[in-house]
Write a protein of this length. Structure first.
Length: 425
């Protein structure tokens, strides 16, 4: 089979053509006038006229690229490549599939592209098998089982991306029975093909012990391979490994270095993490101005914790200009996305008239959001509202119930409140 390089050259040549072409099959197969005397005609012409599929394809490439003595002629190129494909030559069929899909020197035709894709996949072209699997996954009438089978065929030919997608099929149970260990097997093979996403996912598997025995050091090794190729998710995970000392010696400097790489690629988790590194003494002298810069970038992407941390900075920290109105907006967005810390902040603000006008109903609303997630601070504030009748009908028994739940979770204020009410927890 001719390699992908030659097929790409053909595609480039077809792309440079100025007029659309239609493949045509002639009864009498012949070379363009005069071309029988060229090197291309002498090397491939005779065999091509006799029906040799590979020769027809190679002759088509000569016309496509204008090589071996013939001038570039996309009509002749398409004619010979079509004849080759009709004679079951796999590379020719795949070239036609790509041509019809992208409208290269022929009318774009998705049905013909799919027809030739299926044929070339059936002929054993791994790229076509992978492309067909992708089509079956994304089309309106998705066929996940069929897609998984085509991924398998390409994967068995050592096609790296197919190995990765087949691994995902097993990990998610799409088209096949869910099986973490089989997913790891295919991920391992894809990772060996130096596919960053596979290396990253394999690192996650080792980190979480999913489908394989947990091994932090192997996780770090996988993350490093992917991170060095620029995978932002792996860079962020590697940063956290260095920060917490998981699978590698603790190093805040290394944590910040890898986090910055991911953050500069726009990874919101890394931006928030890097900002947090600048707030703690263990990573050197705190720099709230630098921290706020990264929190702000994460907040722009609606990162839940990033918005909360940016809001904290805007409430007034050294080196950052206060903006309480913007802070409340960010706390609100974060709270609505489920951040209990933001919910508690807002409940406290509205309850105690801090930075906003006192609004007991809103205090109850945000305290309830937090309490519904079992957060002890939220439970305590909601209990306080019931005890005092703030924004809700006064209910001592309900307050005691909430104080007790908060106390069982270790909330000191709730324990004190129960003592004053003469209640146990």
């Amino acid at each position: 089979m001719f390699g992908i390089f030659n097929r790409l050259l053909l595609v480039m040549a077809l792309l440079m053509a100025t007029s659309p072409l239609q493949a045509q099959k002639k009864e009498k197969i012949s070379l363009r006038k005069g071309d029988s005397k060229t090197v291309a005609g002498q090397l491939y012409g005779g065999l091509a006229r006799k029906g040799d599929a590979e020769a027809q394809y190679l002759l088509g490439l000569c016309y496509a690229k204008g090589e071996l003595g013939v001038e570039r002629d996309t009509i002749e190129a398409l004619r010979w490549i079509t004849l080759s494909a009709e004679n079951l030559y796999a590379d020719a069929a795949w070239t036609l599939a790509q041509g019809y899909e992208k409208g290269l020197c022929m009318d774009k035709d998705s049905l013909l592209a799919l027809e030739w894709m299926k044929k070339s996949a059936g002929y054993g072209v791994a790229e076509a098998q992978y492309a067909l699997a992708r089509h079956l996954t994304l089309c309106d009438s998705a066929d996940l089982a069929g897609a998984a089978e085509w991924y398998r065929k390409a994967a068995e030919q050592k096609y790296g991306m197919a190995r990765l997608e087949l691994a995902k099929c097993y990990a998610e149970g799409k088209g096949v029975e869910q099986n973490d260990s089989t997913a790891v097997q295919w991920l391992t093979m894809a990772a060996e093909d130096s596919i960053p996403e596979a290396q990253y996912l394999l690192g996650l598997a080792y980190a979480n012990g999913k489908g394989v025995k947990a091994d932090s050091e192997k996780a770090v090794c996988c993350y490093e391979n992917a991170a060095e190729s620029g995978h932002d998710g792996a860079q962020y995970n590697l940063a956290t490994c260095y920060f917490y000392g998981k699978g590698v010696d603790k190093s805040c400097e290394e944590a910040k270095r890898w986090a910055r790489m991911a953050a500069e690629q726009g990874n919101a988790d890394a931006q928030n993490f890097l900002g947090a590194c600048y707030t703690i003494k263990q990573c050197g002298k705190p720099n709230m101005k630098e921290a706020e810069k990264w929190f702000a970038l994460a907040a722009e992407q609606n990162h839940v914790k990033g918005m909360y941390n940016e809001a904290l900075c805007l409430m007034g920290v050294q080196g950052v200009k206060p903006d309480k109105k913007r802070a409340v907006e960010l706390f609100t967005k974060s709270a609505e996305l489920g951040n209990v810390d933001a919910q508690n902040k807002l409940a406290s603000f509205y309850l105690l008239n801090e930075g906003v006008e006192r609004d007991y109903e809103k205090a109850v609303m945000y305290a309830t959001m937090s309490a519904d997630q079992g957060d002890p601070d939220g439970l305590f504030m909601l209990a306080s509202c019931y005890l005092g009748g703030y924004g809700v009908k006064k209910g001592v028994l309900k307050a005691i119930e909430l104080f007790q739940e908060a106390a069982r979770k270790g909330h000191a204020g709730a324990k004190d409140a129960l003592k004053e009410l003469g209640q146990k927890y």
